[in-house]
Design a protein around this ligand. Structure first.
Ligand SMILES: Nc1ncnc2c1ncn2[C@@H]1O[C@H](COP(=O)(O)OP(=O)(O)O)[C@@H](O)[C@H]1O
Ligand SMILES: [Mg+2]
Length: 413
C-alpha cells in the first residue's frame, strides 16, 4: 500500500472507481478482459473457525472479513496460528468448527485446486530441473492449455515480475528475490482470486526484503486480487497492508488499519507487539468530561512508578478503576531546558538519561524518572548539528507529552 493510495472500501467510493479504472487499463494493456467494473478478487469470510491438534488449540473461534482486492495481513508471533489459518483458507487443512466462504460461497468442501486461491510459500517450492519459464508455465501445462496460448501468458507474467531476461535460467542460477518472483508468477498465472502468502520474504536479507515488499505491493495494485499475507514482522505488515489482524495464541486480538493498530492498540499485547511503547499499571483518580467534545474524557491516573499522569480517552472509566496506560516513545518530547508551556493537558517529568542509543536518523533514550521508572523516548534528528549530540548520558532532562498522545487500555474492574 502506498501513501495516498485509494482505499478499496465501498463501491460508491470515487477513489475506488478510479482504482478499478486503473486495473481495467492494466488488464487491457496485457490483453485481458475484466468483467464488469468491480475488482477481480474475492471477498473472504472466516466465521468461528477453530482448530486443535490433539489437546492443543491452534485456532480459537476466529472470525475475519476480508474485502475483495485488499492487502490483508495476519500478524503475530511464531506459533500463534497464522499458517494454520492460511492452510485452512487454502484448503490444505480442515477446521474442526466454523465456516470459510469466498464471495459468500462455502469453500470448505472444495479441494485446494478448486478454490481459486493460490499459495506462495516461504521456501519458494520451485522445480529445480525446470527453467524459470517452465516453472511459471507448469500450472498451464497441467491444464493442457495449447502451447502458444500458454507461452504468451507466461511471457506476460514474467514481465509482471520483471524476469523476462531470466526466462531460460534454472532456479539455482537465481538470487533469493528472483526465486521468490518466479514463485509469485507461478502462483498468479492461473488467475486466482485470492493469493495467500506465508512469510514469503523471510528467507531474504533485510535490504532485499524491503525491495521485494515494495514489488509485491505494486503487483498487488496492478492485478487487484485479494492478498492474504502472513508475517511475524510488524514493520512489513504496517507498511503494505490495508488491514491487519493481530493474532496471539490462536486468537485474533484486533483487526484494523495499520494506523488504528499502531495508534489505538486494543490490548497490552498489541501495544507491545506493534512498535515500541511505554506501558504501566495505573489507577483512575479523576474523570472530567471535555467541553465541546462529544465522547472524550480527561482522566487523571496514579501510576506507582511515575506519579500523576493526564490522559484523554473515549472509554468511560470510573475513579478507583485499574487500567493500563501507554505512550509511544516518539510522542514524548525530551529537552535539557524546562519546557515553557503551561498548558494543563501536558504531562511533565524530570529525569536522567540512563542510556542513549544513537542510530543516525534518531536517538533512543532510556530516561530514569523518580528512580523508579524507565521511560523510552525517541528523538528524530530532523536538523543537522555539527556540535555532536545535544543530549548525552547522565544529562538531566525534561520529558513532556500531551494527554492526547497517551492511551488507556486494559480497563479492569
Ligand atoms: N500438523 C500439526 N500438528 C501438531 N501441531 C501443529 C500442527 N500444525 C501446527 N501445529 C501447532 O499449532 C501452533 C500454530 O502453528 P502455526 O499455525 O504454524 O503458527 P505460525 O504460523 O503462527 O507460526 C503451533 O504451536 C504449532 O506447533
Ligand atoms: Mg507460520
Amino acid at each position: 500500500m502506498a501513501l495516498g493510495k485509494p482505499r478499496r472500501e465501498g463501491i460508491d467510493n470515487p477513489a475506488q472507481k478510479s482504482h478499478c479504472t486503473l486495473i481495467r487499463n492494466v488488464f487491457r494493456l496485457v490483453g485481458r478482459e475484466v468483467e464488469g467494473s468491480t475488482l477481480i478478487g474475492s471477498d473472504v469470510a472466516i466465521e468461528g473457525v477453530s482448530k486443535s491438534f490433539g489437546d492443543f488449540r491452534a485456532l480459537n473461534n476466529v472470525s475475519l472479513t476480508i474485502q475483495k482486492g485488499e492487502f490483508f495481513s495476519l500478524l503475530g508471533p511464531s506459533g500463534c496460528g497464522k499458517t494454520t489459518l492460511l492452510r485452512i483458507i487454502a484448503g490444505f487443512e480442515s477446521p474442526d468448527d466454523g465456516a470459510v466462504t469466498f464471495d459468500g460461497n462455502d469453500v470448505l468442501g472444495l479441494p485446494p485446486n478448486r478454490r481459486q486461491a493460490n499459495t506462495v510459500f516461504q521456501n519458494y517450492a520451485l522445480f529445480p530441473h525446470l527453467s524459470v519459464f517452465e516453472n511459471v508455465a507448469f500450472p498451464l501445462r497441467l491444464r493442457k492449455l495449447p502451447r502458444s496460448q500458454a507461452d504468451s501468458q507466461v511471457k506476460e507474467y514474467l514481465r509482471l515480475v520483471q524476469l523476462e531476461a531470466h526466462a531460460h535460467k534454472k532456479p539455482n542460477q537465481l538470487s533469493g528475490g528472483q526465486k521468490q518472483r518466479v514463485a509469485i508468477a507461478r502462483a498468479l498465472i492461473n488467475k486466482p482470486r485470492v493469493l495467500l502468502l506465508d512469510e514469503p520474504l523471510s528467507a531474504l536479507d533485510a535490504k532485499l526484503r524491503q525491495h521485494m515488499l515494495i514489488e509485491l505491493d505494486q503487483i498487488h495494485d496492478k492485478i487487484g486480487i485479494t492478498f492474504i499475507y502472513v508475517t511475524h514482522d510488524q514493520q512489513e505488515a504496517l507498511s503494505v497492508s490495508d488491514h491487519i489482524a493481530v493474532m496471539d495464541q490462536g486468537d485474533v486480538l484486533q483487526v484494523g488499519t495499520p494506523h488504528e493498530i499502531y495508534e489505538s492498540p486494543a490490548t497490552n499485547f498489541v501495544a507491545r507487539f506493534i512498535g515500541e511503547t511505554n506501558l504501566y499499571d495505573g489507577k483512575v483518580l479523576g474523570v472530567n468530561k471535555l467541553p465541546h467534545v462529544e465522547t472524550e474524557y480527561m482522566v487523571e491516573l496514579e501510576i506507582a512508578e511515575l506519579g500523576r499522569v493526564k490522559v484523554t480517552t473515549v472509554d468511560e472509566v470510573k475513579p478507583g478503576q485499574k487500567v493500563n496506560f501507554t505512550v509511544r516513545p516518539e510522542k514524548i518530547m525530551i529537552t535539557t531546558d524546562k519546557p515553557a508551556s503551561k498548558r494543563e493537558d501536558i504531562n511533565h517529568f524530570q529525569g536522567t538519561v540512563d542510556e542513549p542509543i544513537y542510530s543516525g536518523f534518531q536517538t533512543k533514550f532510556y530516561v530514569k524518572v523518580n528512580d523508579t521508572a524507565m521511560i523510552r523516548v525517541i528523538k528524530q534528528h530532523a536538523n543537522y548539528s555539527d556540535e555532536g549530540p545535544d543530549i548525552v548520558w547522565k544529562d538531566s532532562v525534561y520529558l513532556s507529552w500531551s494527554a492526547n498522545d497517551g492511551y488507556i487500555l486494559g480497563i479492569k474492574e
